[in-house]
Design a protein around this ligand. Structure first.
Ligand SMILES: NC(=O)c1ccc[n+]([C@@H]2O[C@H](COP(=O)([O-])OP(=O)(O)OC[C@H]3O[C@@H](n4cnc5c(N)ncnc54)[C@H](OP(=O)(O)O)[C@@H]3O)[C@@H](O)[C@H]2O)c1
Length: 295
């Protein structure tokens, strides 16, 4: 197995690297040669940058794209940059993969859905994004699938790992104050980058190309997630719940986010099995490991 991981310094890229270094990989990934590239090595938004890398390296069996512009508010302010990274980027990678015979695993988001209906979305539900980030990511899905039929699009949600994420921000705020105001009417699936990285490796070993949903199991609000993180970390901080409307009055420039964006891992369940744990279990491991690393 020869693999390339782009966006290697992001949360998901780091999780894949840690899992690989620690040998916690499915059988097909044992002994794999993996190249790790971030923006300094490959700018996925530039076809020339992608092509130069592929021309300088032996063909890959699989490319896992973890690179993206993930700042949801930033995408709203600069759609051209969002489109370049999140739509043209996967297209450039998919074209290079098709040219060299590689499969592509491209990571996408629950924010492709509008979030107007309660309940969980399955892979076949019709997307209709309401933010610039969601629109750029949906375009990336379509362009990648069109450019390389051997593409897996894996939608995930509310990711946390090593890097910038909601849980880390909440724990930082809790260290500074005794209360944090958090939205309690947006619902989704908090997902461990480490758990997702293992599932991506399993998906990459299949030829069941197309769209997958992959999140930890269970749904909660951002306020529920903050409260659980504080409980697990033993942080002495109160969550003050607010509505999206109240939040937007306090923060008028933030992007609109879907209200109900929970995903069901339906295709995993129907095919190779769903190994994703309940979100609280995964979060407990993350907080224990983060505390260990900081100790
Ligand atoms: N984070 C979430 O809550 C969430 C939720 C749902 C889906 N996802 C998806 O999951 C995937 C991984 O997310 P993540 O949280 O690991 O992201 P992340 O931590 O923001 O990492 C993304 C990485 O990609 C790099 N990058 C940005 N633009 C690039 C470009 N043009 N070429 C090459 N590299 C570039 C970034 O570099 P810089 O830091 O230097 O910009 C960063 O190292 C993404 O596809 C994201 O859309 C994330």
């Amino acid at each position: 197995m020869r693999a390339l991981v782009t966006g290697a310094l992001g949360q998901l890229g780091r999780a894949l690297r840690r899992r690989t270094d620690e040998g916690r990989v499915p059988a097909g990934w044992e002994g794999a040669h993996v190249d790790w590239a971030d923006l300094a090595e490959i700018n996925i938004a530039e076809a020339a940058s992608v092509d130069a890398w592929f021309d300088a390296h032996e063909p890959y069996d699989v490319v896992v794209n973890c690179a993206a512009m993930t700042n949801v508010d930033g995408c709203e302010r600069n759609f051209p940059a969002a489109f370049a990274a999140n739509a043209l980027g996967p297209m450039n990678l998919a074209r290079a993969c098709a040219r060299t015979g590689a499969a592509l695993v491209h990571v996408s988001t629950d924010y492709v859905f509008p979030g107007t209906e309660p309940g969980e979305r399955v892979e076949g539900d019709v997307p209709a994004p309401i933010s610039a980030y969601g629109r750029s990511k949906l375009a990336g899905e379509g362009l990648a699938l069109a450019a390389n039929p051997r593409t897996h699009v894996v939608r995930t949600a509310w990711l946390y790992g090593e890097g910038h994420n909601f849980v880390a921000t909440m724990l930082r705020l809790a260290a500074r104050g005794d209360a944090v105001t958090v939205v309690d009417d947006q619902f989704g699936n908090p997902t461990s980058a480490d758990d997702l990285s293992g599932e991506l490796m399993r998906i990459a070993l299949t030829d069941l190309f197309g769209t997958w949903h992959c999140t930890n199991e269970g749904t909660c609000s951002w306020a529920d997630l903050a409260e659980e993180a504080f409980r697990l970390a033993g942080a002495d901080c109160r969550v003050v719940r607010c509505s999206t409307e109240e939040w937007r009055r306090m923060n008028p420039t933030t992007a609109v986010r879907p209200r109900h964006s929970s995903l069901a891992n339906a295709r995993l369940e129907q095919t190779i099995g769903n190994s994703m744990r309940p979100w609280r279990e995964a979060l407990a491991d993350y907080i224990a490991q983060t505390t260990d690393r900081e100790a």
